[in-house]
Design a protein around this ligand. Structure first.
Ligand code: UGA
Length: 434
């Protein structure tokens, strides 16, 4: 089938490449000329394991193209996906300006090319309920021919995006016509996931509700962790024991310094704001947000309790800058907040991350030092802080690290280290809820 993907961010690029990988003819459109130029040369602007390889193959097979303009492709397309960003506006709501602009361009292009093939316009961006109808209205203003709109939210995780796309738990499709249902069924034929068809409005809500629920699970286990710490229980065992109950499940029960990234923080705030605009106060989500904001601060409080409120003359090694492992994304990363607070308290910070240094430098510039490896960061440091759950941090040479450190303190913000082993080696270990 012939597909146009508008927007080449994480969602648009991965989805476009994966659709091409399963055999469709895909054109990815982005207004950023430089980015399109690089993509045409198979240069992937994001860190996503495996993406570059399948992108190169799809381009070679002639299944994948990139362009800055829509018109040449529109007359002959089955589906046009909108996968542009929906950032947060100043009130916490989703800012729909990019979605609206994409819809207008689609309408203008459909009109100019007198498209008669009855395309389906599919919203993949995370958008509030009612946005598909808004998209329909905007396109109708420009184009009086036949078209459908549908909602098909994305559930991919950064770092696991390809696997999630090709073998996700489900594909949610919101439609209101048989034609749109058929087109999307055909598009997803090559994918090993159950398709769930629903109304457009329910589909739009499923995305927000899913992210908000997962964020709630994280804030819940973080509060349990805080209670564990005061009562002598270990949250790792508590989460394991809870997760053995299939009704609860063992996923998303890792306590630590809270969730970050470009999705959970923004989507939880957006859903809270959508509810408020409808006259409903979503008390639970308000607490989820507050707990998450507090959690990263707790680690700094612990460190200051041990090293003193004024950290002048103290060197802190921060291991991890990305908002989670397997990505170079530092958006809303707890690590960056922790670094800023430590610097505010006059600490000197040396940070290391296997892939996110470049992005972190754009935010932190020269506020802290960046180390080429964890041992460099730890040299003469008064404490190590684990701020990202990179698996490689569990395999560090802790005997070597202990010799390098000025004081053997470890603050494990992600609970990934072996507390017993570190204690036996003579470290003072501080986890989250252990
Ligand atoms: C999330 C969702 O998991 C995807 O399904 C969704 O498609 C995506 O948002 C989106 O809306 O686009 P992502 O932001 O890539 O994906 O990251 P996650 O793996 O969900 O992790 C989010 C944050 O929660 C990270 O900071 C992670 O460290 C933290 N986390 C996760 C915990 O603190 N504890 C856990 O148990 C799990």
């Amino acid at each position: 089938m012939k597909i146009i993907m508008i927007g080449t961010g994480y969602v648009g690029l991965t989805s476009g490449v994966c659709f091409a990988h399963i055999g469709h003819e895909v054109v990815c459109i982005d207004i950023d000329k430089e980015k399109v130029k690089k993509l045409r040369n198979s240069s992937v602007p994001i860190y996503e394991p495996g993406l570059e390889k399948i992108m190169r193959t799809a381009i070679k097979k002639g299944k994948l193209q990139f362009d800055t303009v829509l018109k040449p492709y529109i007359a002959n397309t089955d589906a046009i996906f909108i996968a542009v960003q929906t950032p947060q506006d100043k009130d916490g709501k989703a800012d729909l300006q990019f979605v609206k602009t994409a819809a207008k361009h689609i309408g203008i292009a459909l009109h100019a090319k007198k498209a008669k093939q009855y395309p389906v316009i599919v919203d993949k961006s995370t958008v509030p309920v009612g946005t598909a109808q808004l998209v329909k209205k905007i396109i109708k203003k420009e184009f009086d021919g036949e078209f459908d709109v549908a909602s098909n939210p994305e559930f991919l995780r950064e770092g696991d995006a390809i696997q999630d796309f090709l073998k996700g738990d489900r594909v949610i499709i919101g439609t209101d016509t048989e034609h749109a249902k058929k087109v999307l069924t055909d598009i997803y034929k090559g994918i090993e996931s159950e398709l769930f068809f629903t109304s457009i409005e329910s589909s739009e809500m499923i995305k927000y509700a899913s992210n908000a629920f997962l964020a709630t699970k994280i804030s819940f286990i973080n509060e349990i962790a805080n209670v564990c710490e005061d009562s002598g229980a270990d949250v790792l065992d508590v989460a394991k024991g809870m997760g053995m109950d299939k009704r609860i499940g063992n996923k998303f029960l890792k306590a630590g310094i809270g969730y970050g990234g470009s999705c959970f923080p923004k989507d939880v705030r957006a859903l809270h704001s959508i509810a408020l605009n409808n006259g409903y106060t979503f008390h639970l989500l308000k607490a989820v947000i507050e707990v998450n904001n507090k959690q990263r601060k707790l680690l700094v409080d612990k460190l200051k309790k041990r090293l003193g409120n004024n950290l002048k003359g103290k060197k802190i090694a921060i291991l991890g800058l990305a908002f989670k492992d397997n990505t170079d994304d530092v958006r809303e990363s707890a690590a960056l907040d922790i670094i800023k607070w430590l610097i505010d308290d006059h600490a000197s910070v040396y940070a290391y991350d296997p892939v996110a240094e470049k992005n972190a430098r754009l935010v932190l510039s020269d506020q802290c030092e960046f180390s080429p490896d964890p041992y460099h960061a730890a040299q003469d440091a008064h404490a190590i802080v684990i701020a990202t759950e990179w698996p490689e941090f569990t395999e560090l040479d802790f005997i070597k690290l202990k010799k390098l450190l000025s004081t053997p303190l470890v603050f494990d913000g992600k609970n990934i280290l072996d507390k017993q082993l570190l204690t036996d080696l003579g470290f003072e270990y501080y986890g989250m809820g252990r």
